[in-house]
Design a protein around this ligand. Structure first.
Ligand code: NDP
Length: 289
């Protein structure tokens, strides 16, 4: 491992908890090395941190930017100077840029997800989509899907913690985009089955199926899946969730969340530097199936 840290090297970082499993330091530091940029990226586990004083310190240290993971994506909002339009609609930030002392919040999760669909030859313009979940990842996907031309979006959540957020997302989408969004609960089984029958894209953005609970699927009945449905899971651990395995068995094309991770990083890097990440090199090195 060869890094040329100088007196002018600027820092970027990931805040949140846990962060030790993160692939971001490898992805960004290799990008800096390949492009000869005098930047470095580290992870800080900020479980007990006072986010306000942490952000003041990062400003003082003139970091070029930082990323946020759970639980800081929403908690960061009061400490920022401005938000991009997408971050404002989503109500959460995963990427912050230091623009001459002003901290601008952006959200690249949705951009990364929609970009990943291109690799699977799954278009979004004009389609009907069913999205499972209304938490952090689902919010960014819902808003970006609507901004990028999905015609009809069904947001499915249980009547739990994120139910109100599902209603908020649908309201924002219906008011601010040309997409028509509605909300249903997992209990409305007939309606859910009808939505799936009409959809060409099903996205799981719940955490159901994620390791270690890999024997669960968010969808109660896999017979609701049909071969015309592209089934996508934002989960990347495991690579093949039970939902994706069942979908393959029903003749659906499928894709996991690994490339969403790559492309949200690509979008963050571009937001910080205005440069393009050497995606193919990064993909080969860190994102093998
Ligand atoms: P959140 O906690 O914000 O949201 C979780 C969602 O899952 C909520 O809608 C929640 O509903 C729902 N949910 C949880 N348990 C159940 C259950 N038993 N039945 C039905 N619904 C359930 O998490 P995130 O949005 O941050 O993350 C969700 C997943 O996305 C994780 O697996 C994460 O690893 C992945 N992810 C992947 C990324 C990538 O780049 N590929 C990026 C970000 C996240 P409720 O809140 O109402 O309980």
């Amino acid at each position: 491992m060869e890094y040329n840290i100088t007196g002018r090297t600027r820092l970027g970082c990931l805040l949140g908890t846990p962060v030790s499993h993160s692939i971001s330091p490898m992805m960004y530091n290799e990008t800096f090395r390949l492009l000869g940029l005098d930047l470095v990226y580290l992870c800080f586990d900020t479980k007990e941190a006072d986010l306000g004083s942490l952000v003041r310190s990062l400003r003082e240290m003139n970091v070029f930017g930082f990323n946020l993971t759970m639980p800081d994506k929403e908690r960061i909002l009061p400490y920022l100077d401005d938000l991009t339009p997408a971050a404002r609609m989503i109500g959460a930030v995963n990427t912050v840029k230091n623009e001459n002392g002003r901290l601008i919040g952006h959200n690249t999760d949705g951009v990364g997800y929609i970009r990943s669909l291109r690799d699977f030859n799954c278009p979004v313009k004009g389609i009907e989509m069913t999205l499972l979940g209304a938490g952090g990842a689902a919010s960014s996907i819902a808003i970006q899907a609507a901004l990028d031309g999905v015609s009809v979006l069904h947001i499915v959540n249980r009547k739990g913690r994120s139910w109100e957020n599902a209603l908020r997302l649908a309201d924002i989408i219906n008011k601010q985009t040309s997409c028509k969004a509605d909300v249903l609960s997992f209990d409305q089984k007939d309606l859910l089955r009808e939505c799936l029958a009409k959809s060409s894209l099903l996205t799981n953005a719940t955490s159901v199926g994620m390791a270690p609970d890999t024997n669960h699927s968010p969808l109660e009945d896999s017979s609701w899946l049909h071969p015309g449905l592209f089934v996508s899971d934002v989960i990347y651990n495991p690579r093949q969730t039970l939902l994706l395995r069942e979908a393959s068995g029903r003749g659906c094309s499928t894709g996991n969340g690994m490339y969403m991770l790559l492309y949200q990083g690509e979008a963050a890097f571009h937001f910080w530097t205005g440069l393009n990440m050497p995606v193919e090199e990064i993909r080969k090195k860190f994102f093998t199936e």
